[in-house]
Design a protein. Structure first.
Length: 640
């Protein structure tokens, strides 16, 4: 297993058998030199689309030189701020970027606006991540303009809101890709399947089923989401940027209230549709950055842009990662938040997101909070348990009694897998952490298969013993594993015993909102779609961005995250998130984050989950949004 920590020596007082050391949460090894740690940063975590996109709108309107956006999807008609019930409810992405490029907010001086978005034929048609892209050509636009001149009316006159929105997008994409606005350029990129194949081949893992392997190879995406403003202006003194999970399509706008029905989220025809997140309540995050870490955001953008741009549109910008522009430090002010930009980028062989997850997990001693769209990475669950084994071994070696070993509390908050083909991988990961029964039908199938496997092993052992007694040649005898070999627990009872011995306490929840207004004549509960990619550990570290907890995000898709080891920011974020999800229920926000407080909070969450289950079963209002995770589907098919 690749090493992620930078080894060091700490003197130990032999009489006390103790020492004080600082945990290394971020990546410091030489092989991570392209992801430096920067000390002069001012970070702010924004929760949900209303908060995030409003701040983005404000920052982009203040741009003086450049706006550079990388996104998975782009919906020009998406409103960044919203009032009212009918589109457009506020300023849209499309209008904002056109206005900024034209200099509307910069005393008439144009601002260079570049947008780089993932788009790949049929995959994008299914994902609906660029609605309207490529649906108008030059001849169609010419005919529309001719008809407008003859009629004296704009083409939009007489169209329904749905038709106006569709036309807005189609025309915006046409103009942004045909030079209509000289300072606004929209480009698309696709994944490099050869590099993706090389990246998967480097993973030390079991052989992937053919369908799962094919889905990774044939459906890899560019999934990064960043915004960078005025990096090249005044040596970076006014620069600001974002690393986020929020997508720039309308489905991803919601408020922290997660109302059961909120007209501001839009009509069904505005979003991706029922097979996608749709216009559901939605949870996600963005990290606003001022400071030196923006050099890594800039380099990521420039390298990606220049891979697809023609010579005349390439960006000539040099990045010395060891010497960020001096203005970036000025922009950070007195803040000193340490931050590191990490990526998955197969085209450059970069897997620092995977390495950061391993590194931070290895130091967890009190709690890990995971809030993620996809929880389908058995390698992480296995690694967590191995690190706990190592921790206990070191605890014993130090002469500490096991009864004083602090528990590690693992809070997992995930949505119902959006596709049935994701059920198996989600179950596999949850089962390793003691929650296979949260997917009861899939678990039953697994347990039945496990009984068959155990019977087969016993038959093999009996046959091997018989063959030995009959003096069969050794090469014909299939020997069972020797007594004492380490066999990973597979059944629920075995896993529960293992976790108890490791001192790992786990819970798994999802988020649901309730119809407090009484609008629904049917169901009173509606699931909040979790699009988050957040991990917080021990009030000492957090990471967020575009990467999910699955093989795809760790080795296949282009992803970008920020990692931060600032205790105050981490504690504040944990407190805000816990309070939001629990509705400020007593004892549920983690208190001061110490071992006693987290232990009490874990128990309070278990109690709250039980109470909210009773409320949900009775169609009564819950406290907060937390409901125990459950998925009764079963599937043998796997798509990654």
């Amino acid at each position: 297993m690749p090493q992620t920590y930078h080894p060091g020596s700490v003197p130990i007082d032999l009489s006390k058998r103790s020492a004080t050391a600082t945990a290394q949460w971020l990546l410091e090894r030489a092989e991570d030199s392209n992801s430096p740690i920067y000390h002069a940063n001012q970070l702010e975590v924004l929760i949900c689309g209303e908060e995030g996109f409003a701040r983005i709108l404000q920052d982009i309107r203040q741009a003086r030189h450049s706006v550079e956006i990388i996104c998975w999807g782009f919906d020009p008609a998406m409103e960044l701020e919203r009032k009212g019930h009918t589109w457009p409810r506020g300023p849209t992405w499309g209008d904002l970027l056109r206005e900024v490029a034209a200099g509307k907010y910069n005393n008439g001086k144009p601002v260079e606006v570049r947008v780089l978005c993932w788009h790949e034929g049929m995959l994008s048609a299914i994902a609906k991540n660029t609605p309207g892209y490529g649906t108008l050509d030059a001849d169609q636009v010419k005919r529309i303009r001719h008809h407008e001149r003859l009629s004296g009316k704009p083409h939009e006159a007489g169209l329904t809101p749905q038709e106006r929105r569709s036309y807005f997008n189609a025309l915006w994409f046409f103009e942004a890709t045909h030079g209509t606005h000289p300072h606004l350029i929209f480009k698309v990129r696709a994944a490099n399947s050869d590099k993706v194949g090389q990246s998967i081949a480097q993973e030390k893992m079991k052989i992937l089923p053919q369908m799962e392997f094919s889905s990774l190879m044939g459906a890899s995406t560019a999934h990064q989401k960043t915004i960078l403003i005025d990096y090249d202006h005044a040596n970076g003194e006014h620069a600001v940027g974002y690393v986020m999970g929020l997508n720039s399509v309308t489905d991803y706008w919601d408020t922290k209230k997660h109302l059961f029905h909120d007209p501001r989220r839009g009509e069904s025809w505005e979003g991706g549709g029922g097979d996608l997140p749709g216009l559901k309540p939605l949870q996600d995050y963005a990290c606003r950055i001022c400071g030196e870490a923006l050099i890594s955001v800039s380099k990521n953008f420039v390298d990606a842009w220049n891979r697809v741009a023609p010579a005349a549109q390439k960006i000539e910008r040099v990045h010395d990662l060891r010497s960020p522009p001096a203005g970036l430090k000025v922009r950070a002010g007195k803040a000193a938040h340490r931050a590191q930009i990490v990526r998955t980028q197969p085209e450059e062989g970069d897997k620092t997101i995977q390495r950061l997850y391993r590194q931070a997990t290895s130091f967890a001693s009190n709690y890990i909070y995971i809030e993620n769209q996809y929880f389908q990475y058995t390698e992480w669950a296995q690694y967590l348990k191995q690190m706990r084994h190592n921790f206990i071994a070191a605890w014993k070696e130090a002469g500490r009694p096991l009864k004083t070993l602090p528990n590690l509390h693992v809070f997992i908050v995930i949505p119902t897998p959006e596709r049935i083909q994701m059920v198996a991988a989600t179950h596999d990961t949850l089962k390793l952490l003691g929650h296979g029964s949260s997917m009861p039908n899939q678990d039953k199938t697994f347990e039945e298969g496990e009984l068959i496997r155990q019977r087969q092993q016993k038959e093999i052992a009996r046959y091997a013993l018989k063959q030995r007694n009959n003096s069969a040649p050794p090469e014909l005898v299939r020997m069972p594993k020797p007594h004492g070999a380490v066999i990973e627990p597979r059944g629920n009872a075995e896993i529960a015993e293992e976790l108890e011995a490791l001192g790992i306490k786990t819970l798994v929840a999802s988020l649901w909102t309730y119809d407090h207004a009484g609008d629904s004549k049917g169901e009173k509960y509606r699931e909040i779609y979790i699009h988050s990619k957040l991990m917080i550990i021990d009030d000492a570290f957090f990471t967020l961005g575009s990467a999910n907890l699955n093989l795809r995000s760790m080795a296949v898709d282009a992803e970008i995250n920020i990692g931060c080891d600032d205790p105050r920011l981490s504690e504040n974020l944990r407190s805000r998130v816990f309070s939001l999800h629990t509705g400020d229920a007593g004892g549920c926000n983690g208190g001061d984050g110490g071992h006693d407080a987290i232990q009490k909070t874990f128990r309070a969450w278990i109690k709250l989950l039980s109470e909210n289950t009773i409320s949900k079963d009775g169609q009564k209002a819950p406290k907060g949004f937390l409901i125990p995770f459950e998925d009764r589907r079963t599937s043998s098919m796997r798509l990654a």
